[in-house]
Structure formats: C-alpha cells, structure tokens
Design a protein around this ligand. Structure first.
Ligand SMILES: [Zn+2]
Ligand SMILES: [Zn+2]
Length: 316
C-alpha cells in the first residue's frame, strides 16, 4: 500500500502529457532510474519551438517583425536576468508585490518555466556548482547536457518548494509556476492578433499574423533560450577567472553582452549577493543599468552593492 508500491502511473504518457499544461501534476519519484533520462514526450514542445523557426522560409520577413522579435528578446532577457535571477533567485534588491508580479509575468513569457521553478533550480546550482549534484555542470555532464539536456528529465521537472519558501508564500507566483504554459500561449495569440491588425491598419509594413507569430514568438524565444543557457554551459568553460571560486565559473565579455550582464559569471559566483554583476566600470552590465533606472523611478529599491572586501579579493 506504500507510495513506492506502484510508481508507474507518474511515468505514464497521460501524466507526462498533463505536465505540459499543469506543472502541479505529480512528478515521478527521484529514485527511479528513468528520472535522469530525457523524457522525449515532454521534450516535444521544445523541439517544436525550434522546428517552428523554419517557418521564416514561408512567412518571409519585414522590418517590423524583426523589431518586435528584438524588442521581445530585450524585455524578456531583462526580466530573466533582473528578476528571475537577481531578484527571485538571489534577492539582491526589493520590489513591491505589484512590480514583482509584473516581472514574474514577463519572465513567464520567456518559456523557461515559472519563477519558483527557475529560482529553485538556480539556488541548487549555486549550492552545488560544478559538482555531481549540479544538474548543469559542463565539466561533469558535458556541454550539450548542460546546455539543453538536463531540464528535459523527470527529475528537473519538479519545483522544489523547500528551496524557495520566501517565494512560495505568494499565491500569484505559485499560479504562474503551476500553469507555466499560460503566459507563453497568451503571448503567441497576442502576436498573431497584432500581425492581423497591422496587416489591415498598415499594409505598407508587409506583415501578417503568421509572420509576427514566427518572428516575435518562435525565433525570438529560441534565440532567448540559447543565449540564456550559455551561462550554464559556456560561462563555466570559457573566460577569465578573477576570483578563486570552488566552481569553474568564468568572466566572459561576449556572454555578458549577449545576456545583459550575466557573463560576468565568475564575479557572480564569488559574490551572488549583489544586484550588480559587472564589478568594474568597464564591465558592461545592461541589467544593472536597467535596475538603476528602475530604482531612480522608484519601482525597485535597496539594490545591494558590491562590498569593498569583495574588490579586495579580486586577482586583477
Ligand atoms: Zn553558474
Ligand atoms: Zn546566480
């Protein structure tokens, strides 16, 4: 009668399909060997996201579609780095419940699961970085697995609420986390509708629903995804080490530009408690500038700085 008597149902196709729509669906037990293998059924939407990018061959391109795709990359990257990472995972500044929710919503539009899932896995990464227990350690599991294998396993599906009790107390965040497909679907529909609208209101812009959907949603989201996960794969491989951390994190200017400041990853692993990741004036950190601007406007406050003792420990 024990729970372990019949663990099979949680691996059934029906329950794995249900996980597409309801992340609250019971996750399979962690001690099952299948927990660490890619669940190909659940990986289908991720594969489809990439295949859908080929749609550009049919829908063509227009300046407005590219501008919308780039704009959505920028705002969603900021929500990921500024809020999913520096706010939810590391609590490096404060924000009202309303601002917190708005950026959790934009973060959810990134199609990288909900804020609790993201923060819980990221806290786990910092605790066990580059060890056997780190789900995306390129030195242990290889580049491809760290880049885009680990999160397709049943083990990584679940949100460990014990890692995020400070966030789990907000029902609106738990809702976003459970129905993590809702915001992406709403964004896709809104983009299609925008394209239809523009086709009628501004036919000289040569766009339509399908083109806006392919560029604004599929292409922008796929690029956003691969840029984000370079921090898991490449930023633990390529770059300079200013601080002698226990992990293999690196500082890399190219990754910092691509990810709005997250490429100063060795800085960040040495001192994750700062809202700033480019520790020197020349270390471009777009997210930090954005957060400073938000602080000036009174939208966020108490941005945690880099303490003097951290600078004193820098090698160069
Ligand atoms: Zn890391
Ligand atoms: Zn971090």
């Amino acid at each position: 009668m024990g729970i372990s008597a019949n663990p099979v149902p949680t691996f059934s196709a029906r329950s794995r399909l249900r996980q597409w729509f309801d992340a609250g669906t019971a996750a399979p037990p962690d001690d099952d060997p299948r927990s660490d293998r890619i669940d190909w059924l659940r990986a289908l939407p991720f594969a489809a996201l990439h295949v859908a990018c080929l749609g550009i061959l049919w829908v063509g391109v227009s300046p407005v579609a590219v501008i919308v795709a780039a704009g959505l990359y920028a705002i969603r990257m900021f929500a990921l780095t500024g809020f999913y990472h520096r706010y939810f995972a590391h609590r490096t500044f404060r924000a009202s419940r309303r601002v917190q929710f708005v950026f959790a919503l934009i973060g959810a539009a990134c199609v990288q699961r909900g804020p609790l899932w993201w923060a819980a896995h990221h806290r786990h990464h910092h605790r066990h970085a580059d060890t056997e227990l780190d789900p995306h350690a390129p030195g242990v599991h290889g580049f491809l697995w760290s880049h885009m294998g680990w999160f397709l396993t049943p083990r990584a599906f679940r949100t460990d609420l014990e890692r995020v009790p400070d966030l789990a107390k907000y029902p609106e965040l738990r809702w976003l986390d459970r129905y993590d497909v809702a915001v992406p679907v709403a964004l896709a529909i809104a983009l299609y509708a925008l394209g239809v609208l523009l086709r009628h209101l501004a036919p000289q812009w040569h766009t339509d629903g399908a083109q806006m959907l392919v560029w604004g949603f599929f292409v922008s989201t796929a690029v956003l995804f691969h840029a984000t996960v370079t921090i898991n794969s490449l930023a633990h491989r390529w770059g300079a080490r200013r601080f002698d951390t226990r992990d293999d994190s690196r500082n890399n200017v190219w990754l910092a530009l691509l990810t709005f400041g997250e490429g100063w990853h060795n800085n960040h692993h040495f001192f994750p408690g700062s809202a700033r990741q480019g520790f020197r004036w020349w270390e471009i950190d777009l997210t930090w500038y954005g957060l400073k601007l938000m602080a000036l406007l009174g939208l966020v406050h108490d941005l945690k700085p880099v303490p003097a003792w951290v600078h004193a420990r820098a090698r160069r």
